[in-house]
Ligand binder design. Structure first.
Ligand code: HGY
Ligand code: MN
Ligand code: MN
Length: 411
């Protein structure tokens, strides 16, 4: 069966319909929600259509296996995620799962039979619904404890354990999700770049050599909640003004990083009590600092915390620092980079070797086993946004390179 024109594109468009917030624009499909469950069901039918043997693990990771001729050989893992962040695009993660299914069709149509089994995966919770991303691959890597499932909570205070139970999964079976690294030969993830490098250089394909990692933390400024009308300006300890000064400092410090590649973001601000006529007494800033250069990143984090403390002192406030996640940047495996680069060459393509500014499940698994990534361009570098877009021929090119890479790794 050949690829009916646009089978992949139609599937991406159909998955985009599983959306909890269409009115606000973009796609909101958070892990362990009923909408996410519906999307995963649909992915399972596509995996079955590709002749894959399905299983869902204890944390909700979905696997589809193409059995190889050597069933005992370490497998080749490929996939990504189909959960989204808020009001997001249609391609982030989805391409890595649906594109892997398409690559299986391509390889089958060519008469390819894998020696190593090829295991497709839709990792649960790559996006940080619970404040920390990649919860499915962290469980597979053995990096999540049962206590973490109670500690990790979403913006509505729902714990990951409660969300798992509501989705019909048993948080007490977490350990069963662990994947032993020696059972995996390599992992390769197809993904949109989510940045503008490929487009800027007019290059159609990227092969990732390193994946930047986040160090995320919460700054809580505590001043004094007082009457907005009756409190003279000179008597205030306005936590939101202090936090605002810190946000500007975070941008300045990240821009001045020694590596030139550190990024710093405050994506979440909670001002309390949150009434127009009350001077904010407490403000929480969730800070995301990333780099592929860990030392440069940690120097930025230290400088941010120091600046926050100085701002609080100068304004007679308190500031507390609460760690959210500190991941280690990962180098992609030379053999996987080579396999992807050869697959490009076979198609007459010269890949751009590049760093991923976004994190991925490959970053988590790459601490324990050989990983690599293949990038296709994001129009205008836009991602985590309704306007996220990659052209059909660019999607197809990524799938063709993934198929060639899988053939090399599993052949
Ligand atoms: O935030 C990230 O880098 C990923 O897209 N979740
Ligand atoms: Mn994302
Ligand atoms: Mn992603």
């Amino acid at each position: 069966m050949t690829d009916p024109p646009g089978r992949l594109h139609a599937a991406i468009a159909e998955l985009a319909l599983f959306n909890d917030d269409p009115a606000a624009g973009g796609i909101t499909r958070e892990v362990y929600t009923p909408t996410y469950a519906g999307a995963l069901e649909r992915v399972q039918t596509w995996m079955r259509d590709a002749g894959l043997e399905l299983r869902v693990d204890a944390i909700g990771n979905l696997f589809g296996r193409w059995a190889g001729t050597e069933p005992g050989a370490p497998v080749v893992l490929t996939g990504s995620h189909v959960d989204t962040t808020l009001n997001a695009g249609a391609y982030d993660g989805v391409l890595g799962v649906l594109g892997a299914i398409e690559a299986v069709h391509l390889l089958r149509d060519r008469g390819f039979t894998p020696r190593r089994s090829i295991e497709l995966v839709a990792w649960a919770g790559e996006e940080p619904r619970f404040g920390t991303g990649c919860v499915g691959s962290r469980a597979a890597a053995g990096e999540l404890s049962r206590a973490d499932l109670d500690r990790l909570v979403d913006r509505n205070g729902i714990s990951m354990a409660a969300a798992l139970a509501a989705a019909g999964l048993n948080p007490d079976r977490l350990a069963a999700a662990r994947i032993d690294a020696p059972t995996v030969h390599a992992l390769v993830e197809l993904h949109i770049e989510q940045g503008i490098v490929l487009e800027t250089h007019g290059e159609p394909i990227g092969v990732v050599t390193a994946i930047a990692a986040p160090h995320d933390f919460r700054l809580t400024f505590t001043g004094a909640a007082t009457h907005a009308g009756a409190t003279p300006m000179g008597l205030r300890r306005d936590a939101l003004v202090g936090a605002a000064e810190a946000i500007v400092a975070i941008e300045r410090i990240a821009r001045a990083s020694s590596s030139g590649t550190t990024v710093g973001t405050v994506g979440v601000v909670h001002a309390r009590p949150g009434a127009i006529n009350v001077v904010p007494g407490t403000v929480e800033l969730d800070v995301d600092v990333r780099d592929s250069d860990a030392a440069a990143r940690e120097a930025v984090v230290a400088a941010i915390v120091d600046a926050a403390r100085k701002i609080a002192d100068a304004r007679d406030m308190e500031v507390a620092v609460h760690e959210i996640v500190e991941d280690v940047p990962v180098a992609c495996d030379p053999a996987v980079v080579a396999a992807a680069s050869e697959a490009c060459a076979e198609l007459g393509l010269t890949p751009r070797l590049m760093t991923s500014g976004a994190y991925h499940d490959a970053m988590i698994m790459g601490r324990r086993l050989p990983v690599g990534m293949i990038f296709v361009p994001s129009r205008g570098g836009v991602s985590h946004h309704p306007d996220e877009y990659t052209a059909p021929e660019e999607l197809d090119r990524g799938v063709a390179v993934l198929a060639g890479t899988l053939a090399r790794l599993a052949g």
